[in-house]
Design a binder for this molecule. Sequence first.
Ligand SMILES: Nc1ncnc2c1ncn2[C@@H]1O[C@H](COP(=O)(O)OP(=O)(O)OP(=O)(O)O)[C@@H](O)[C@H]1O
Length: 610
Amino acid sequence: MSTSSLAWENLTYDLQPWIKEMVKSMGFTSMTPVQAATIPLFCGNKDVVVEAMTGSGKTMAFGIPVLEKVSRYLQQPGSDGVVKKGHMLGIVLAPTRELANQINQVFQGMLQFQPADHVQIRTQLLVGSLASVREDLNTYVSEKPHILIATPGRMLDFLSSNLVRTPSLEILVLDEADKLLDVSFEMDVRAIIRQLPRQRRTGLFSATLSSAGDTIFKTGMTNPVRISVKAQKSGQAMPSSLGISYLVTKPEQKLLNLLVLLNNYHYKKAIVYFPTCTGVTYFYNMIQNLVKNRVLDGEDLKFFSLHGKLQAKPRIKTLNAFTDASASGGKSILMTTDVAARGIDIPDVELVIQMDAPTDPDVFLHRCGRTGRANKVGKAIVLLNEGREEDYLSFMEVRHVEMSETSVDLSQYSEFFERITARVRKWILGDRARHELGVKSFVGFVRYYSKHQASSIFRLQSLDYLGLAKMYGLMRLPKMPESRYVPQELMPEEGWLGEKIDMDAYAYKDVQKEKSRLDTLETEKQRRLEQSAKRKEFKHNNTAWSDKTDTKEGKAVRREKMKRKREAIQKQIMEEPSDDEDQVVDWKDMVRANKKKKSDSGMQGSFDDL
Ligand SMILES: Nc1ncnc2c1ncn2[C@@H]1O[C@H](COP(=O)(O)OP(=O)(O)OP(=O)(O)O)[C@@H](O)[C@H]1O
């Protein structure tokens, strides 16, 4: 499409005058291709299924039709702008609170341009934990919003109230529709759709709709039109303003590579993706300590952390702080998970780094797409562990993503590496809780790794566990089933990764926690002494028939039984729900806890030898 054909005047649908004025006032001199293709159909009588690259302007491509429909409804002759009590006219669903909040802000921005003599269109944001459902209902009744912008869970709760009525609904939008229709949300979304009138327009939007398959047609659409907008550069799935690179690293040097990249690149804002929430917290704390101790320049680099286990308010606050972070005199870096992978539109994000390839190749596109938006230049880099993971390039090439190689000459950073390693060790030794969090993050990463769709590339058998555990700053390789993949000849004694430390003396910084740990340690010590005394007494009392005891077979049977129990516990740990990784992870801790539980309930002894 030529530039002139993208002029707003050439839109093949006659928008309401105030909406035409609005787009001009917002400074959008021309339409984006997806807007030119979608607005006329969706404003008319077509349901649409729209797949267009990240940053291509999909929000306005549905925002304008939603406003057009609502505005027309309110201005129907004779209606006097009145909507029946409890009725709404438009619903927009999005998978995360951040995205719903952002869409609401885009709507607020557009609604500023409403003429004063029109009935004023109002929106309401409905997301979990910002307000209670009751508070949301009170706002709904008093404010009478026309458009609801919501995450599915809260929308469903909201619809169960008889104060909320749907028969007047004109238009429904599912943004990031493939996500809304995958297993995580599908039930809720379907339950919502079942409560909506059939006579409505429906639009599905995403940068990655192809993989959603036929599920998209189960959304009650009638003869939807499919709109697909690709990059001009033939067939590429990503915008041409976005350069995608990969960097092959030794696992042990991954953090070093990240920090050198963040130091050396020129950017105002960067987003770094980690696999898990715990991973974000752990590395954020670690990096803050490097800043505090001047291993990193805190004047130049400002870090933010965001993940789905934070409450809604701090999440939105952090995102706003990152969005508003002044670029003057420094770089801002958001450390996050996939909670910020889709839809988030933050100006000046010029660099995206993925610590690991995501388990789902579609997510790769969404993460990279946080930069290089609306024709602005951006750079996205994925860190790949050396060995097998280079095959990811051909895997993504099939999905129309081309990557170029980038590298960092680490030879000049050996002193920096030593400083980081020494500081991280000191930081971890300063509080036992930090090591525990590190272990949780590491095990969380291993679980994450086991879920890769490209399982022939990302194989648990091929991971360099020792290198990765060192990168996580762990003192010792956690005992977990995957430890068996570490070659015997490489496995350090008892899994110690550096100098051995006395775990019994390794203290929590938190006084209460440390007191409780010492108490437990003392109780266990006493119990062991008592048991040992009992065993001695038992042996003494039974010497007369001791000849029959402890045959070789008996010992072997007991050993086998213990082994089975140990394996069952390990299996249980690894099979715990892994949505995220805030679980007990060192199996020894689990065994200890189990032992304590049993001894407390009078079943002492089952795990005594572990
Ligand atoms: N017509 C236009 N001209 C110039 N910029 C535009 C236009 N329409 C939207 N934009 C800007 O483009 C940016 C990206 O838009 P938007 O967030 O809607 O992308 P998207 O297609 O939804 O991306 P994603 O798939 O990542 O969610 C926004 O900052 C928006 O303000």
